[in-house]
Design a protein. Structure first.
Length: 174
């Protein structure tokens, strides 16, 4: 069996992730704290990217997929909202909602929350592209991956949508 065939076979036996997907609990690293005494804005993206990587494993599009099938994902657009400060020692967990997908794109929304107290610190809405890494061009998902994505998206459609989806950057209206 080829590596790609083995990857497809393993995907069939993997249960669907919960809706929404919940990342592992993460800890703030000391070097991520800026001179304002809170988490620097860049590291919110690092943690949300780590959560996406965890979910991608559940979709079958993680590092093994890249190696076996020479495809990956690139973020095309991201909109982050910083709602409440996170500090050193605060444990965080990220919920990931798969809002939409087509043959080449994934639309996700992430909520970064304090892992023990539950309050919302930040959100990120993203558009991700599926890439053929040999050609370095956007390409359709293979049928087995597309079927898994649609199953997860259907599961995520059953939970209430979080506040903040579709927001844009703009000055407040007077």
């Amino acid at each position: 069996m080829t590596t790609a065939a083995a990857a497809r076979e393993n995907l069939k036996d993997m249960p669907l992730p919960p809706a929404p997907f919940l990342s592992s609990v993460m800890q703030i690293e000391p070097q991520w704290i800026d001179y304002n005494g809170h988490l620097n804005m860049a590291y919110y993206n690092v943690m949300m990217d780590r959560a996406i990587d965890e979910m991608w494993l559940q979709l079958g599009i993680g590092p093994a997929y890249m190696k076996a099938r020479h495809c990956s994902t690139f973020t095309a657009e991201a909109h982050v909202r910083y709602l409440r400060e996170i500090h050193l020692g605060d444990p965080v967990q990220i919920s990931v909602y798969l809002l939409g997908a087509d043959e080449k794109r994934l639309h996700t929304f992430e909520e970064l929350r304090h892992a023990t107290e539950g309050w919302l610190s930040a959100t990120s809405e993203n558009m991700t592209l599926h890439m053929d890494m040999k050609q370095r061009k956007v390409a359709p998902f293979p049928p087995d991956i597309r079927a898994r994505i649609l199953a997860v998206m259907d599961s995520h459609a059953t939970v209430p949508r979080p506040e903040g989806i579709g927001r844009k950057v703009a000055m407040p209206q007077k």
